[in-house]
Design a protein around this ligand. Sequence first.
Ligand SMILES: [Zn+2]
Length: 159
Amino acid sequence: MTATKPTGRRRLGLLRGRNGSDRDVMKSEEEWRTQLTPEQFRVLRRHGTERPFSGPHVQPDGSGVYRCVACGAGLFRAETKFESGTGWPSFSAGVADGVETRRDYSLGVPRTEVLCRRCGGHLGHVFNDGPAPGGKRYCINACALGDGREVQDPDPRGE
Ligand SMILES: [Zn+2]
């Protein structure tokens, strides 16, 4: 399991005119609570997990980019989506500059948590039982992806 490398995020942030903070999008708990639905807040800011089959993005469909509901960052391309049978949206890859991973020991067994790189929101976990060739399965909470993807915008960073 490899941690995502810091690939010039700060420099890009400056070029995009963002502040120099660790996250490009930083808000208080109250701001997030106001912006997000209770379920989205529980998942994204409290590292929760939605019930399987509760979200709208389970079936693979079309093309485009799924975005973070909290900050709008491009996270997953529809082309990498596959049906895992788990009841959660599943992807074989994340957008390179969109997601990051870290080790998560909250259940006592090591897992790899998937986070939105821009706002730090919890998205789900990545497992090594995905389809070839990469073998990755990004198991993502549908509510973190909002109400759908943007098909028109080919730039996953949304700039
Ligand atoms: Zn985000």
